[in-house]
Ligand binder design. Structure first.
Ligand SMILES: Cc1ncc(COP(=O)(O)O)c(C=O)c1O
Length: 382
């Protein structure tokens, strides 16, 4: 199969260093190699979310399992959850509440925007919640929530409530300071900003969230019960359920790459790439779907210029070597989604723009050839 550049908003391209580890012979789940890599992945995760005493969990699954793990282990009987949603994945959080019979209230922004801090504060002043959960970046709309300000609002108005952040499209690409900001659970998955292949649910619990779990008499979970995983995270030689050895070892390598780059540099790179990519696409006639006040640095959602058809554009772009995603929900057919998170390089971006321009040419779209490539090239010189 000819290799395609994967620019959907996750999974993201997996670099050879990580693929190399994935391809190593499978070792025992209680081998020294696995013990070393799991321990290192856990330690590195703590650094990535800026926590000293948080407890990370790495479990076979994906982001949706990480969402379930977060809620099931901190929502007790008769407690109420506030779901702060800017689109598709907040809606999913609400569906998880429904599935497990948790009482919840959905505070929803319009698509392409985010719930404002004032709206959140207003709700917190009116009703009491045990848990407040938000999505950092909604992957359907490209909208990035002001997580730090949300955390402040929760601390001010309901200091006893636990604050959960779905960082599936942000963690490791956009700053999330667990301890300093007062986040109680950060959940994510391997396949987005961390640049590993899909297959892992990741949760980091604050000491306060761990305490809450320990006080709960029962949870509506078995595999997703963190108390069954805690002994394994503390000592990888213990067994609960066979961990996905190759994937975890590859993930450990992915976290090493993140820390070698340096978190501040990585966050800055995501912002710089996002700005360059959007300028390049604007120069070709595309416009951003997401409100300018909350653009995420991890993906862009682009509206087509007049006369371009979504299906034909994405099909020919694919033939030219680049995979982007279509719109979800109400945006289907109206937009395409360009993921620019993880271990993307300048060369990848230039290749993508070259392919986009070729695609536009073959669709008979009128534009000034070379503008997109030149725009990104000049903005990504560093
Ligand atoms: C913000 C967000 N939350 C949760 C999920 C669900 O993750 P998964 O598809 O790995 O189950 C996604 C997936 O794209 C996401 O973007």
């Amino acid at each position: 199969m000819s290799k395609k550049l994967l620019l959907i908003p996750g999974p993201t391209p997996v670099v050879d260093r990580i693929l190399g580890v994935l391809a190593e012979p499978t070792v025992s789940h209680i081998s020294p190699e696995m013990e070393r890599d799991l321990k290192q992945a856990l330690e590195n995760l703590k650094k990535i979310v800026f926590t000293r005493d948080g407890q990370p969990f790495i479990v076979a699954g994906a982001g949706t399992l990480a969402m379930e793990i977060a809620l099931l282990n901190i929502v007790d009987d008769k407690e109420k959850v506030l779901v702060v949603s800017q689109g598709y994945f907040g809606q999913r959080m609400a569906e998880i509440c429904q599935a497990f019979g948790f009482e919840y209230h959905l505070l929803q922004s319009s698509w392409g925007k985010v719930v404002t801090v004032e709206e959140l504060a207003g709700e917190l002043k009116k009703h009491k919640y045990a848990v407040v959960v938000c999505t950092h970046v909604d992957t359907a709309t490209g909208a990035c929530a002001p997580v730090r300000e949300y955390a402040e609002a929760v601390t001010v108005h309901q200091p006893e409530a636990l604050f959960v952040v779905d960082g599936v499209c942000a963690t490791g690409g956009i700053e999330e300071r667990m301890d300093d900001w007062g986040i109680d659970v950060i959940l994510t998955a391997a396949q987005k900003c961390l640049g590993a292949p899909p297959g892992l649910a990741i949760d980091v619990f604050s000491p306060r969230a761990m305490e809450k779990r320990k006080k709960m008499a029962r949870v509506k979970a078995y595999y997703a019960d963190i108390m069954r995983w805690l002994p394994v995270m503390e000592n990888p030689n213990r067994y609960f359920s066979t961990p996905c050895v190759n994937e975890i070892r590859a993930f450990a390598e992915a976290t090493r790459i993140v820390l070698e780059e340096g978190l501040e540099k990585r966050f800055e790179r995501h912002e710089r790439f996002a700005a360059a990519i959007r300028s390049g696409l604007r120069s070709l006639g595309f416009s951003t779907y997401t409100d300018e006040t909350c653009l995420a640095s991890t993906l862009s959602v682009l509206k087509y210029p007049q006369g371009l058809d979504d299906a034909s554009f994405r099909k020919i772009l694919y033939e030219n070597g680049v995979v982007v995603a279509g719109g979800l929900g109400p945006t289907a057919g109206q937009v395409f989604r360009f993921g620019h998170m993880g271990n993307l390089t300048r060369e990848d971006v230039i290749f993508a723009f070259d392919a986009i321009e070729k695609t536009l040419l073959s669709l008979g779209y009128e534009f000034s050839l070379g503008d997109g490539v030149e725009t990104v090239r000049s903005l990504l010189v560093r």
